[in-house]
Structures are given as structure tokens and as C-alpha cells.
Design a protein around this ligand. Sequence first.
Ligand code: VGL
Ligand code: ZN
Length: 241
Amino acid sequence: MLLNRRNFIKTTLATSIFSYTGNIVSSVNANENKLPLNTGMENDALLVIDIQNDFCPGGSLGVKDGDKIIKNINSIQEKFNNVFLTQDWHPKNHSSFVTEYKDKEVFSSIKMPYGNQTIWPAHCVQGTKGAEFHKDLNTLKANTIIRKGFRREIDSYSAFWENDRVTATGLEGTLKALGVNRVFICGLALDFCVAYSAVDSSIAGFDTFVIMNATKPVDLPGSIDSTLESFNKFNINKVNM
Ligand code: VGL
Ligand code: ZN
């Protein structure tokens, strides 16, 4: 499992992220699964990834139209008994922040002990407005809020495993203890935290569904293509809800 995960990171995401091959954003919506979903059982969970001010328009890492999916996410939450929110939650000197380096550009890549790491504008700093959930997100239904990226030395895209691929967030154990076997994922951003969470969910053995009309991408060169490839490779279903 660990090996699979490492290979995936090395071959599918990290290396291809800077080799843009030209697919357009609209391809994100191709090939949705049309099966009836019948959600709402105890064995279904919804993960709502990082609906925070800094990932919405006006935020320091604002995703285009990131706020436009919130209304739908709130209605999707009503279809689930198990709702998990994630919150990107960095110390102000986090090692992924461009502000920690003299000679690095935002969105460039550096080598960390655990592999390649994208350099980001400072975002989702603990205790700041940018780290708060967007005011329109219903946070009342959530069983649990999973925080990630709070260790200075390790970034964390996935809701399950930090970017070193060995530090767990505890989500997998929680879902298994609840008897969950289907995981539905929405939120921000499709090509980073949603993608990594979906791959880890699938590797953990959950039937995994990404809700394509309730997510938006950052869209760095090649990042959407890599995401869609990884969805095929890891049998991740694309659905609309
Ligand atoms: C994310 C970049 C850095 C995300 C988090 O939520 O997709 N992206 N930290
Ligand atoms: Zn982050």
C-alpha cells in the first residue's frame, strides 16, 4: 500500500504537474458515472475539503469560482449522515510558504525530504480569517473536522495522509470504525486536496466518488490532466449531485 502510494505520487502527480499537455478545464466534466447513488446510509461518508476563505475568491490562494459550489455543497450535506470537513491549518512559518524563502517563486517546486513540494503563497494560517470556513458553508452537520498541514515541516494535501505519506490524519481509522465503505468527496481544490484525498480513499479500500459539480481546480500547468489520469488509474468515480 505504502509503495503504491509513493509510486503514485512520484509518477502520476509530482512529475507530471509541470508538463502541461493542453487539456482544457471543461474536460473535468467528462465521463460522469450515471448510476443511482442512494446516499445517506450509515456506510456512506461525505468529505468536504477546505472550504476556507483563503481558497475562495479574494483569498490568498483563491480558486476561481471556489465560492460558487458552496450552495450545492450545503444541499449535498443534507443527503448524508456522516459529514467530515477538512481545514487546511498551517503555522505562519509553514515550509510550503513562499515567504519562508529568499529566492523561490510562488508555484515553483522545491525538494523536501519527502519529495517535490509546490511553493504556495502563505494561506490558511492558524487563527486567521483566511483559515476560517467560508461564512456560507453549513458547518453544523459535520461529525468531525479534520485539520491538516499543521506541522511546519510537512505539507498535507490529502485528508488521509500528509505529504510525507507516512503521517496519518486519523481519518481512515475514523471512517473504518464507523463502518463507512463509500466515500464521496467535494470541495477545494479538485487538482490538489480533492485529488490526493480521493486517491488515498481508494487505496484505503473505500469506494470513492468525486462530486464534479461541487469542486473547482487551482489549475496549475498539467494539474487537471494528472488528476483525471489518477481518477482512472485508481478507479475513482466521477459523479454529479
Ligand atoms: C491546497 C494548496 C495548498 C488545497 C492546500 O486545499 O487544495 N492547495 N494547500
Ligand atoms: Zn495548504
